[in-house]
Design a binder for this molecule. Structure first.
Ligand code: CMX
Ligand code: CO
Length: 143
């Protein structure tokens, strides 16, 4: 089901400061910025590498409000690793397969919009050994 690691999501208080830190420390570059009201975040994707089936990224996340998933995470745990996202060929199919197995709760009933034209869905961290897990389907490649 899983093809690769698409990105790691990192919760932060100040997106611009964290972007500057990652750029100067690791030499990575921002390839997309987004405000995603549905997810309650202001975010940036920083490119790490290209691979079979798509790139890999660092996703920096600043909450739009305290009462959002990332806002509650920051209040409870402070800045740090928020989720791991795996690339899948078909997110709807992966969701149906996980739902049918019945051990892991889906946090979304249908795929949602993620950064850079992706379709995404989340799995409950309590059912994945304490790791909030995201499934990502990349859009078809432009040629
Ligand atoms: N990683 C691991 N555990 C987490 C977690 C995380 N990111 N967020 C919450 N938890 C844990 C809490 O510590 C808590 O554990 P305890 O009961 O042992 O204390 C439990 O999950 C429930 O926490 P909560 O206070 O009820 O937290 P929320 O109401 O925020 O719900 C969750 C948690 C995962 C259901 C919610 O954050 C969610 O739906 N997340 C998916 C959407 C999302 O995170 N969007 C932002 C990223 C967007 C993107 O990647 O593009
Ligand atoms: Co993500």
């Amino acid at each position: 089901m899983l093809m690769r690691i698409d990105h790691v999501g990192i919760a932060c208080e100040n997106l611009e400061e964290k972007i500057a830190f990652y750029e100067s420390t690791f030499g990575v570059r921002v390839v997309s910025r987004d405000v995603n009201e549905e997810q309650g975040v202001k975010e940036a994707m920083l490119h790490v590498a290209d691979g079979e089936g798509g790139g890999s990224y660092i996703q920096l996340l600043e909450p739009l409000h305290p009462d959002t998933p990332v806002g509650r995470f920051l209040a409870r745990r402070g800045e740090g690793l928020h989720h791991v996202a795996y690339g899948v060929p078909d997110v709807g199919k992966a969701m149906r397969q996980i739902d049918a197995d019945g051990d892991v709760r889906l946090l979304d009933s249908r795929p949602r919009h993620g950064a850079m034209g992706t379709s995404i869905a989340f799995l409950h961290p309590k059912d994945v050994g304490g790791v909030l897990t995201e499934l990502v389907e990349s859009p078809p490649r432009q040629s």
